[in-house]
Design a binder for this molecule. Sequence first.
Ligand code: ZN
Length: 429
Amino acid sequence: MNRPLLLRGCTLPDGRTGCDVLALDGRIAAIDPALHAPDGAEVIDAGGWLLSPPFVDAHFHMDAVLSHGLPRVNRSGTLLEGIALWGELKPDLTAEAIAERALAYCDWAAARGLLAIRSHVDVCDDRLLAVQALLDVKRRVAPWLQLQLVAFPQDGLLRSPNARANLERALDLGVDVVGGIPHFERTMAEGTESVRLLCELAAARGLPVDLHCDESDDPMSRHIETLAFQAQRLGLQGRATGSHVTSMHSMDNYYVSKLIPLIAESGVSIVANPLINITLQGRHDTYPRRRGMTRVPELMAAGVTVGFGHDCVMDPWYALGSADMLEVASMGLHVAQMTSQDGMRACFDAVTQHNARILGLDGYGLAPGCRADFVLLQARSPAEAIRLRAARLLVVHGGRVIARSAPAECELLLSGRPSRVDFTRQHAG
Ligand SMILES: [Zn+2]
């Protein structure tokens, strides 16, 4: 059992300041000013910095992570060259190499306070190498990071010969969520059929369903409508997710005025992937060039749970990224023009609370009784954390400190006037 942990003087995301947070037996025991330190407690001065529940990533591809440059780099940076590259890489993959890269990424994640990840895993390889490797990684990282796996038929459930059987095999092996990619099937009708089959499979097995849905600039793509319909018909409210849904960016406004209430009514959650959507969508446009991200503020205003995912880090589709969900929130904020005070806060929630709801995480949050998982950020507010991609001063899992970073600071050595640079200083009035 861990020593009790007492953090003194935290600022909380809701604006409360001077809060002490006590962790006992892996749970938050109390949040109040001036708490008494139990015998033997480790007491840490939080210095007034922001304490947040950990970051959560609702959409990732861990089977491809850190494979950038294998077997060659994506010269054009486009989605299509990325898919071709992944096809070239797949035959050479080994379970050991997949696991090694995934474990390295999980270390990056823990260091960044990212303690829960939903990752899709391609099931179109008959060997299911990536499935077995990531199930092993999931077990190995479980003491500090919750990895949720989605059985993802990358080449299409109906389009790829063994995808359906492989997907069922992956679920039998213990993969947690049913995945799909209806817009990649041969026709709109087959896409619609795949959504029905996948939702029925999820309902029959009592599992969540999370589909790559309408990841295109096609304003006529309608799979999110089908997903909302099937989720409602089969009672999947609260455990069905449409990921990407970039086509909504390009849809006719009149149609969207019907679609958004339909999504809200169905209880389907939406995950946007701002870093990837802004780089991969709109590639067939000249100017004006579409941004391609789904309609985040409008969906949120209608009461839909909207999360942000990282999607890719250093893989065939995206050469950048570093497990920093604040970078994801920042890109989402900019692309969706969510610069109001409430908008910036909502972008922070999209990489914390909203993603936790989408993953169905138990005991997530900053309240007595919640799991003692949190991250101390070198910022005074959620908006400042996004602005600074704030340093993770402490990452705590189950009441135990699992990572520390030094505060970001710089001593400027300009001639005659040495000074410290403080990017958190407020210049008011
Ligand atoms: Zn994806």
